[in-house]
Design a protein around this ligand. Structure first.
Ligand SMILES: [Mn+2]
Length: 247
């Protein structure tokens, strides 16, 4: 069993270096894996699957997932706080299965809890209040029925380059609350939790043997998480540094 876990790519058309890193990852890391789990914020801005038609940039991303899926790697995509409007059309274009907000998988018999992780940032009360509204099917329907011109205008505004850096820097995101993480693991009877969102990559090993892996965003040099031979390893992105790929 070889499974790969990633999150917080924040793929965004002006950011060519992250795109190059993604292309290299799909070509080098994914082939032969049994499963690829994308745990939210794959896309920096996604205001609904109505953005898909005619969008060559996102279709190129989807096509790479679809090719991996056709080659035998199961693709699973969870929504993040930036791409919570990902829907069935996008998932279908990727040959992917959409995951619920929290999901438990078994890796060689071990229960592992997966989530984007924004629900763990409970000290950010304003965000959690907004989240309860935004993450509903009703909001998803409203967003998808916006006129294309308005949606594109909003997307372009959100996509501005300096805005992208501000919005993805860890300083602007509150950290996960460790007690909330433990409570979620207890509720799901999982000894391992994997999440992203905070952009603070880490391996938290708890005294009771439980562990929490926090995945990195793709704008810093770190790596992806892989399960193979019954253990997790962080694998550095080494094909090679994104500057030489993206120019
Ligand atoms: Mn996020």
């Amino acid at each position: 069993m070889r499974a790969i876990f990633i999150s917080d790519l924040h793929l965004n058309e002006p950011d060519a270096s992250t795109q190059a890193r993604f292309d290299a990852f799909m070509q080098n890391a994914v082939p032969g894996a049994d499963a690829l789990y994308v745990l939210g914020d794959l896309l920096h801005v996604w205001l609904g699957d109505a953005m898909l038609p005619g969008n060559a940039y996102v279709q190129h991303i989807a096509a790479q997932f679809a090719a991996a899926s056709a080659a035998g790697t199961k693709i699973f995509i969870a929504r993040g706080n930036r791409d919570f409007m990902i829907g069935r059309e996008f998932a279908a274009a990727c040959g992917a299965t959409l995951l619920p907000e929290q999901t438990v998988i078994e890796l060689d018999g071990q229960r592992v809890l997966l989530m984007h992780g924004d629900e763990l940032c409970i000290e950010d009360v304003r965000y959690q209040r907004a989240r309860r509204i935004l993450r509903t099917n009703a909001f998803r329907i409203i967003g998808n029925s916006l006129p294309t011109a308005i949606r594109n205008f909003i997307a372009q505004t959100l996509r501005g380059k300096s805005e992208a850096h501000k919005a993805t820097s860890a300083m602007t995101i509150m950290d996960a609350n460790p007690d909330a993480a433990l409570a979620a693991m207890t509720a799901h009877q999982a000894a391992t939790l994997i999440h992203g969102h905070t952009h603070r990559p880490a391996h938290h090993a708890l005294p009771d043997g439980r562990e929490r892996w926090v995945m990195t965003d793709w704008q810093q040099d770190y790596g992806y998480l892989e399960w193979q031979h019954g253990k997790f390893t962080v694998k550095p992105w080494q094909w090679h540094n994104k500057n030489s790929l993206g120019g």
